[in-house]
Design a protein around this ligand. Structure first.
Ligand SMILES: *Cc1c(COP(=O)(O)O)cnc(C)c1O
Length: 242
């Protein structure tokens, strides 16, 4: 199957999942997780109509930007970002989805201030409480968002989650529901003026990957991040970082 056919199939399944729960399919974005796929595959995915590309590694992002792989399509950073690499990402991507610590939030804010811009970000939540994954614990999210007023060069657009790997459909629904509730909690705090609304928006809920995106959509996801179902299985044997 070609990349174009895969994107069309994912789109059709997104639409079916949205309609099945009475949601507008137009409110759900498709982010192509492009890690380990070269500029040509990325261009094909963009031509096939994905909404944005998500990159995991700074080195790959930088190389693909240099090669104009994204053709002006929005680019997101979705991997673990080290504070010493924020300069290579802030101002270069439309959204940093994977802000997993206050220290990183501070570093992004400082770099955005230095560049004179506001960087859009999502807070990554370790919703499954897995020790192998980074991200804020669910109970840390509201306190962190309440501090957002101290950071004038970031805008918190919402939350992102990578739940445990799911092997059968339905397994991650409890995590997706918790994530949805967290965004509702944030919006309520904004309404109650507990949270500074000028740099917290919280209308983006990035969750759902190749194995579980229909369930994520049923639980309120507004952005799914799909790699394998678009590009095929990744060949980790060819991974240059290993
Ligand atoms: C690779 C990756 C995805 C996509 O995973 P697939 O299972 O291949 O769809 C989504 N989100 C993040 C953060 C990723 O690193």
């Amino acid at each position: 199957m070609s990349i174009a056919e895969n994107v069309a199939r994912v789109r059709a399944q997104m639409e079916a999942a949205a309609l099945a729960c009475g949601r507008d399919p137009g409110q759900i974005k498709l982010c192509a997780a492009t890690k380990m796929n070269g500029p040509e595959a990325v261009r094909q995915a963009i031509a096939a109509g994905v909404d944005c590309c998500g990159e995991n590694r700074v080195q790959e992002l930088t190389a693909k930007l240099r090669e104009n792989a994204y053709q002006g399509a929005p680019v997101h950073f979705i991997g673990h970002l080290q504070t010493n690499k924020v300069r290579q990402v802030v101002g270069k991507v439309d959204l940093i989805q994977s802000v997993d610590s206050l220290r990183l939030l501070r570093a992004i804010d400082a770099e955005a201030a230095r560049q004179g811009l506001v960087q859009d970000i999502l807070l990554e939540v370790n919703i499954g409480g897995e020790t192998s994954k980074s991200g804020f614990a669910p109970e840390q999210v509201l306190p962190v968002v309440e501090e957002a007023g101290n950071f004038s060069n970031i805008c918190i657009k919402g939350l992102m989650a990578i739940p445990p790997i799911s092997y059968k459909s339905g397994e991650n629904i409890k995590f997706f529901q918790k994530m949805f509730q967290l965004t509702v909690d944030i919006k309520n705090k904004i309404t109650d003026n507990v949270i500074a609304d000028y740099n917290v928006i919280a209308d983006c809920l990035s969750m759902g990957m190749s194995g579980d995106y229909p369930d994520a959509i049923a639980c309120g996801s507004t952005m799914i991040r799909v790699g394998t179902a678009i590009f095929g299985a990744r060949d980790y044997a060819k991974d240059p970082s290993k």
